[in-house]
Design a protein around this ligand. Structure first.
Ligand SMILES: [Zn+2]
Length: 189
């Protein structure tokens, strides 16, 4: 079972199992209890699709957040990544996947109806933060077309040079994209 989890191979699963065995029985019981109630207590927000314990997530119920700006991501874990930056104060929308015709994933398989409702309700900006993969790009293009006439301002997260990285280690596509999406740079003294 442990070996079937993402990022855990047979060797790591064995190490985890042996580690659990070496701990007091109470630790294992506490872990088992947490896992047992996981599906009962944690679900997805009915508005945005993020993790939520009671109907709506803590982002959607946070009155201090900017409700007219919605950042669209593919998976709930992407929200956690976005929040690590501490810079975004809007709300999120989780698609729970991305368009992938090869795998039979179309708009109907994604959390799209709820997004339609939010766009109709009058959000001002939809930030497309789908992944920089072929399917992620295709999904962003699809959404830009789907909501192109809705009046919502649609933007796409910029691609570029990661913080702290040297140019010589970047692949040509990243560098080329960073150059295409350059921003004006004014230095004030
Ligand atoms: Zn929510």
């Amino acid at each position: 079972m442990l070996a079937s989890l993402p990022g855990v191979g047979p060797k790591t699963a064995l190490r985890l199992g042996l580690n659990l065995l070496s701990r007091p029985a109470g630790d294992c019981a506490a872990l088992a209890e947490s896992l047992a109630v996981l599906h009962e207590q944690v679900g997805f927000c009915e508005t945005c699709g993020c993790f939520a314990e009671h109907g709506r997530c803590h982002f959607c119920t946070d009155l201090r957040r900017e409700t007219h700006t919605v950042c669209l991501v593919e998976q709930p874990v992407d929200v956690l990544m976005m929040e690590r930056g501490h810079g975004f104060r809007g709300l999120y929308h989780v698609l729970h996947g991305r368009l992938s015709p090869v795998d039979g994933v179309g708009p109907e398989q994604l959390n799209m109806a709820a997004l339609d409702r939010r766009v109709s309700a009058g959000i001002k900006e939809l930030i497309l933060a789908t992944s920089a993969t072929v399917d992620g790009e295709a999904t962003a293009h699809y959404l830009a077309r789907r909501y192109g006439d809705s009046g919502v301002n649609i933007s796409r997260i910029a691609r570029g040079v990661p913080e702290g990285s040297e140019l010589e280690y970047l692949d040509e596509h990243t560098l080329s994209r960073a150059l295409d999406q350059r921003v004006s740079w004014a230095v004030t003294s």
